[in-house]
Design a protein around this ligand. Sequence first.
Ligand SMILES: Cc1cc2nc3c(=O)[nH]c(=O)nc-3n(C[C@H](O)[C@H](O)[C@H](O)COP(=O)(O)OP(=O)(O)OC[C@H]3O[C@@H](n4cnc5c(N)ncnc54)[C@H](O)[C@@H]3O)c2cc1C
Length: 488
Amino acid sequence: MPPPPAYDGRDEGGTYDVVVIGAGTAGLAAAKAAHAEGARVAVVDRGPLGTFCARLGCMPSKALLQSATTLARTRNAGELGVELDARPRLSWPAVRARKDAIVRDFVAEVVRDTKTSTSFTLLRGAAKFVDGTSLTVDGRRVVARRWIVATGSIPVRPEIAGLADVAALTLVSDDVLELDAVPESVAVVGCGAVGVELGQLLARAGARVHLLLGHDDRVAGLPRGPLQESLVAALSRELTVHRAVKIERLRRDGADEAAVTVVLANGETLRVERLLLAAGRRPDVDALDLAAAGVQVHEGVPVHDEHLRTTNPAVFVAGDAAGAPGILHAATIEGRTAGRNATRKDLERPDLAPTLRVVFCDPIVATVGQDPAEATSACRPVCVVRRPWSQQGKARIMGETDGMAQLVVDRETRRVLGCQLVGPEADLLVHLASYAIHFGATVDDLLALHHYHPTLAEMFPSLAKQAVAELDGAECLQGEIAATGAMQ
Ligand SMILES: Cc1cc2nc3c(=O)[nH]c(=O)nc-3n(C[C@H](O)[C@H](O)[C@H](O)COP(=O)(O)OP(=O)(O)OC[C@H]3O[C@@H](n4cnc5c(N)ncnc54)[C@H](O)[C@@H]3O)c2cc1C
């Protein structure tokens, strides 16, 4: 197959082997993978270019959180004997300006790569299917043999009585990242990654923040239990956590109607300046007219099989447009897989195991593989061991002792099945556990491997030692590193 033409600045329709809808992370990965298989590829995007991750997702949120974390560490500096002349605080305009500059650079790099890529032709405009073999891009007709829908996601609007009346006082994550001034008070509806990260950010920036946990009390993805308790205890120092909340209705009130009253089912009321809606995201596919292409949609998600193929075998789906898990590395993997599957007969599955998740609140929550409930429902006899960071040498030296670490171990094979971390550098440490799971490491392997002292990584032989003692019903004498705190 001849190489496709490079983007020459002119928007045109045309005929292609594969057309990808969406120049986000999933779409770009799909286009490059399909091109590598020899296909003539076009990517359609309505703009703005630059990927959601760089513009309004991972990167801007983490840039803002970095400032907030630095503030928290500085506020704790007295504990380490560092004297500060004044109580440190965030200058929101400076925090915003730093974030904006970082985002500008990231977006410029992606836009440049997207516009100059020799892997595909870029067609600018909104896509809408005509039938199973063609679509229009702002009126121009485009024909292809295979399609990949990679249009990303939009926030879910929860069904709460009175929400329409207070619409002007609600925020979604995009709004928080672009705030000119920090509201005086905020209630957060939806306490997954986005709600907890941005709720804590606003609290550190000066807002009074209420986290409204749902009926199951899940927070940052953690179910009820000791790890969740350790997180809630840490968060509660900076914001108010309300458990098992059911919102009865929302009311707009106050002299100038500039406040939202949240009426809870237990009769309690909260009066806040803004409501942050973080109740999840859903595929952004409404404008595509997928029905015209014969693609069924169930509860907002294009129906697809394990090969990312929809109910029209010529149409694949990837990234947030495919529904869960809605995280970046999954978008890349799914995009690559969809790109290959659109060009090959032997179809692949996206390899997303072991499931890795990080919530960049403070303390960080990072999990990989199976949690105790998942392992039990998979009928594995498991041993679960956990340990607080307050008993770990390096964490004590750092003065970062919030949270716990937990290991889920298969009783029969002694292999690590999962790891759940709430605590310092958990985003980095979880990758060690991920490697252990990937390579089928046992708790005995974790004890045999070398760990430098004193490091946070020593938590793993400590947990392994606990697990071995429990599995063997005897004290484990292996893996002693130091008498002080690191291993007890
Ligand atoms: C606040 C926030 C923070 C996050 N932080 C993290 C994080 O730290 N780590 C992590 O792993 N994940 C994070 N995520 C999730 C992550 O950003 C997404 O999973 C990822 O960016 C999705 O990529 P995508 O390619 O599926 O979609 P996108 O990058 O959104 O791409 C979709 C593209 O499709 C185009 N499009 C849509 N409809 C049409 C149409 N009809 N015609 C033409 N073009 C169209 C859009 O213009 C867009 O360019 C975060 C999400 C949020 C909301």
